[in-house]
Design a protein around this ligand. Sequence first.
Ligand code: SF4
Length: 410
Amino acid sequence: MAWDGVRRVNPIADLPVALSFGMGLDSASILARWLVEPETRDFPLDRLTVVTAMTGDEPDITRRLMEQHLLPLMRAAEVRFVQISRAAQAGGYVVLDDSREPQRMIMRGPWRLSDELKTSGTVPQVAAKRRLCSWRAKGSVLDAWYADEYQGHPFRHVIGFAAEEVRRAVRDQSYTTACRQPEYPLINDWGWDREQCDRFLYSLFNQRWSRSACGYCPFAGSRAGLPELVERWRAEPEIGADALALEYTALALNPRSRLFGSRSAQDVVRLHGLYEVQRRFEYRLEQPEQMWSLYDVRRIVHPRRDDPTRKGATWRSVRIGYTGARGDVEEAARWHAHKAGASASADGYGITRAEIVPRGPSFPALERTLAVAPAGALAKQRTAFESWWERLVHEQRQPDSTRHHLYLAA
Ligand code: SF4
């Protein structure tokens, strides 16, 4: 079958084969079909390595499906299964299991994507058309393992993009190196979309294969994936409460950080009557042992170099003003806001905040907000932030005619 833009690579029969295995419908279909229909592969199974990088936030149903259906097939065929995880925020990986007789799934390593999002006070984001979360939790970790495993020697790299994901496959090809030979059997050889994968796995296991995604995945909340996400939060309200908690801190530090872009997770919970999710989330916030912080958030929004009238890069500084019981921290927010000539009040998400320096209409723009949210996000700013902030505050006090000159001189 011909698909625009996706090159077919002629497989070299004796190369090792690595399947990047995300545990979702698509990669599970490839692995299951290779195991039960040997004529669908052109290599012996002793040449195959199945590799999974754990985010630490996959749902338990994924573990159950794997242990019930795929691990027994892999053990019977003695397929090598390597489970890895990012080692730490700074990078590296750890091997959680490496076996031709995998007995169980190890769904969490020393690092967890949600921990990283909590400490940075953000929700998953896309940058340069890449899902940063997926890159940090999976792509970069797998790449590091492949580099160590194959030591620059060529290998066939099989990825489970479904037939409707041609664009992702085309993008993936742009990262190809001399030793990595990417293959997309669902696109190039079988023409299987996700529906076909779903039918195949259901006919094989007599059970629906569920989506393997972090419970707060904003990409699962797209128009097509929303009904499944809502049902998942209804069935496992703790997962929905986790998503609300993640979003709450992100919104405190940036009110534009709605989990689903134009829609917040709070909206989704309200619109779909997910009362149990809401109740559990509020219960967490009300616990006396829950500590809260007063976050002092500043932003410098630079102008674009090629068009100073348009928004360029944004630098953010987060400082922790005070940590304690919620009531005390809210009181501190009111006091500091009053001192700065502003006032603190609850916004539409129930977050106490005060705009100390509202963002102006032109660039560079400065912005400063005090916001109250659960403790956990870490203070962070780039080294040059403070000097730029001082300089721009000084500049904004100057007459209009000299402002841009000062900025350029900096
Ligand atoms: S949040 Fe979504 S895209 Fe990001 S790693 Fe988790 S499942 Fe993948």
